[in-house]
Design a protein around this ligand. Structure first.
Ligand SMILES: [Zn+2]
Length: 731
């Protein structure tokens, strides 16, 4: 089971650029943690969004110090002898390093890398602080960027205090190429922040003009969707982006938080938990409340002051420790990273990083950066994974499990294609480097030059991977390499010419995460996707987490009362670590669940020749009526991730970009898919008594029972004929 899961998981995208990823590390805060400050604004998932049209498949590789042996799975696996636990003092030191580095990276390398990261982060933040020196400047630059078609750095480097040449501060922190990345990074952040500010100002102006809408916003539990839509439609900066609705929702939520805090602070009410804050404010503004007049005046004044003097925006800052080389796709040495193959060990690759000024590295034979080099080693696991999948496919063929054979053969082909891309990239780097060196030398053989130039031309046309990213996650260093998605080329080899004619609908089910229905010649094939074992595991972890949390909170409080200035004792910090680790596990599980669901969806669609797939869109995601007492309800983040993954996987299988749509799910759960009449929920297949949240759906006109989720999924297939025809979304 574990192996299969691992296989399923590892084959899907880890999603594309970092700023697209829904980062969860900060979002799922424990309840007792203090509520966010009203003045802190962030993007939707605490992250900056950008829209990338490029589709890459990102795979991760864990990095080792160059002298270390890479531990391989399976046969011949031997741990590094330097790592064996011995008695005596040296084992302590080793253990400490192992703890710090996850047992793979030496302390000294880790220190160098961390400073490398720090310099980069400092540079980005320095740039941001200059851009945001005045609101006016940020406004002008943001506006200019939003109308600019090229890379952000090419625009920003025209500013005198942002360019590399005239600023020694940058020169002390990074080399020129890295400064360009920092500029690009800052540019994306500025863009995200700018459109968010636009949306904020629109929302404030909107609320300023309408007293009733302010009341509705503050009184209701959920943010009214017509309010969200109106704010979105009034803001030019987001109107045409697919996520406009979601952005507007986030902004209104944040504004509501700011207003709530203002009210409670002014009245001197202290409540920590956000949910209770909300209830309190709603009750203050309820009809017939004694404080109504007073509070309403307060709100009005606050919104007026924002409308007049502007909202107190914070300056965005980069905090994450990651290094992105992807502002360009050239493969010269000046990019700051250099791959070389280990001559002795099979499938092991060395990654040389160019270190910025002020940080010393170690000289390496293959590295073009001389003493400014920091070298890591990683295992290219792709060919091995491909072999394993082929073996598995053959085994599945013996028991004539044909769908599985198809899946495995496709995955094997994909891994091989990726391996090929990586090898091409490395070769391309080396050939172009050699070529430019020979060209600069006197008396070099023109024949050799010609041969190399041909080789370079061939490699330039071949499939290559994009520049990598480096991440520091906890104490682990991870290398991510984006590969070209195997669109068409790989799948046509495996599937030959398959015909796709049917349509499918996917509904977010109440009892299972996804209900899927494929329409084939007016008949339906259905699938309820459940991931029960994982969900059971998740529930157990959640339970553990909440127990741990109450313990930690109590002890923390006690300690802070008794010894306010002192650091937490060991037993407590250990508990806190344990708590954080539990949450990390839960999040990992969520990602697994999303991937498994996406995979099941996609392969079911392959089996039934689905051409177009419709999903319920995200607008209904402010909670699911009746889902509170059920064990499972997908949150918006997870649903979005599932859709993205499905879209991506289908593209990689050679389907059109417009083969996955999202549609408005309004009434799909209340309408009979056969006759179109309204029906209602009932408890079981014989009942005709209305029951909210019941498992089955009953239609009086047809006198028929359907599984409620499947009925909705079938309805979703036909929604698109009534809505607009914007591919990928209907708004
Ligand atoms: Zn009916």
């Amino acid at each position: 089971m574990v192996l299969i899961l691992y296989g399923l998981i590892s084959c899907f995208k880890d999603t594309i650029p970092r700023y697209l990823v829904m980062k969860k590390d900060k979002r799922r805060r424990s309840r007792s943690c203090k509520t966010p400050k009203a003045s802190e604004q962030k993007t939707m998932d605490d992250n900056y969004y950008g829209i990338s049209s490029l589709n890459y498949l990102v795979e991760s590789f864990s990095l080792n110090s160059s002298q270390r042996e890479v531990v391989r799975k399976g046969k011949g696996r031997t741990p590094d002898p330097r790592y064996r636990r011995k008695n005596g003092s040296s084992s302590l030191v080793l253990a400490a390093i192992a703890r710090q580095s996850g047992g793979k990276v030496d302390d000294i390398d880790l220190t160098a890398l961390t400073s490398h990261f720090e310099n980069y982060v400092k540079t980005v933040n320095l740039i941001l602080s200059r851009i945001f020196k005045t609101d006016r400047r940020a406004e002008i630059l943001g506006e200019a960027l939003s109308n600019y078609r090229g890379r952000a750095y090419t625009l920003l480097r025209n500013e005198r205090d942002l360019c590399y040449q005239h600023n020694d501060e940058y020169k002390g922190l990074v080399y020129e190429r890295l400064h360009r990345n920092a500029l690009e990074h800052a540019g994306r952040t500025l863009m995200a922040d700018w459109s968010r500010r636009q949306l904020f100002n629109t929302a404030i102006a909107f609320l300023h003009g309408s007293k009733d809408d302010v009341l509705r916003l503050l009184r209701s539990k959920h943010i009214p969707s017509d309010l969200i839509r109106r704010v979105r439609d009034q803001c030019a900066a987001v109107r045409n982006t697919g996520s406009g609705y979601h952005y507007a929702l986030g902004v209104l939520r944040q504004l509501r938080l700011a207003i709530d805090s203002h009210i409670l602070d002014t009245l001197g009410v202290k409540i920590n938990w956000r949910g209770r804050q909300r209830k309190k404010v709603a009750s203050l503004l309820a009809k017939g409340s004694l404080d109504f007049q007073n509070v309403q005046r307060l709100v009005k004044r606050k919104i007026k002051s924002w409308a007049k003097d502007g909202y107190p925006f914070a300056i965005p800052q980069l905090r994450s420790y990651s290094l992105d080389f992807s502002a360009s796709t050239e493969n010269s040495t000046s990019q700051g990273y250099w791959f070389s193959l280990d001559p002795e060990r099979e499938n092991e690759v060395l990654l040389h990083l160019k270190l910025p000024p002020g940080i010393d590295g170690r000289e390496q034979i293959d590295s073009p950066y001389k003493s400014k080099t920091l070298t890591f080693r990683f295992l290219d696991w792709l060919p091995r994974a491909a072999t394993e999948d082929t073996v598995k496919a053959n085994r599945a063929k013996k028991i004539s499990h044909l769908n599985r054979v198809e899946q495995l053969r496709f995955r094997a082909a994909k891994f091989l294609d990726m391996h090929e891309q990586l090898m091409n990239t490395i070769q391309f780097q080396h050939v172009t480097h050699q070529l430019s060196r020979l060209k600069h030398k006197k008396n070099s053989d023109p024949k050799v030059i010609g041969r190399l130039a041909d080789e370079a031309r061939r490699l330039k046309g071949s499939r290559r991977s994009a520049p990598p990213r480096l991440l520091l996650r906890g104490h682990k260093v991870i290398l991510q390499i984006p590969f070209l998605s195997p669109n068409g080329t790989v799948s046509s080899k495996v599937f030959r010419d398959k015909v796709y004619t049917t349509e499918a609908g996917a509904d977010r089910g109440l009892r299972v995460p996804v209900a899927l229905s494929v329409e084939k010649d007016t008949k339906f094939v259905d699938l309820l996707i459940s991931v029960e074992p994982l969900i059971a595991k998740r529930m157990l972890l959640r339970k553990n987490a909440s127990v741990l949390q109450s313990k930690v909170d109590k002890r923390k409080n006690n300690w802070e009362l008794k010894r306010p200035e002192q650091a937490y004792p060991q037993f407590l910090s250990r508990k806190i670590r344990h708590f954080n680790a539990t949450w990390e596990k839960i999040r990992r599980l969520d990602r697994e669940i999303a991937r498994i669901i996406a995979a099941k969806t996609v392969w079911f669609c392959e089996e039934h020749g689905v051409k177009k797939l419709f999903f319920e869109d995200l607008r209904g995601f402010q909670g699911h009526a009746g889902s509170k007492d059920l064990s499972w309800s997908l949150n918006a983040n997870l649903w979005g991730k599932i859709i993205d993954t499905v879209r991506y996987m289908r593209e990689s299988l050679g389907h059109s970009r417009y083969s996955v749509w999202t549609v408005n799910p309004r009434y799909t759960s209340q309408t009979c898919h056969q006759c179109g009449e309204r029906g209602f929920r009932v408890n079981d297949e014989s009942s005709k008594i209305k029951k909210q949240g019941g498992e089955f759906f009953y239609c009086i006109k047809c006198d028929a029972h359907h599984h409620a989720d499947i009925n909705a999924a079938r309805n979703i297939i036909h929604v698109q004929s009534k809505s607009s025809v914007v591919p990928g979304q209907t708004t």
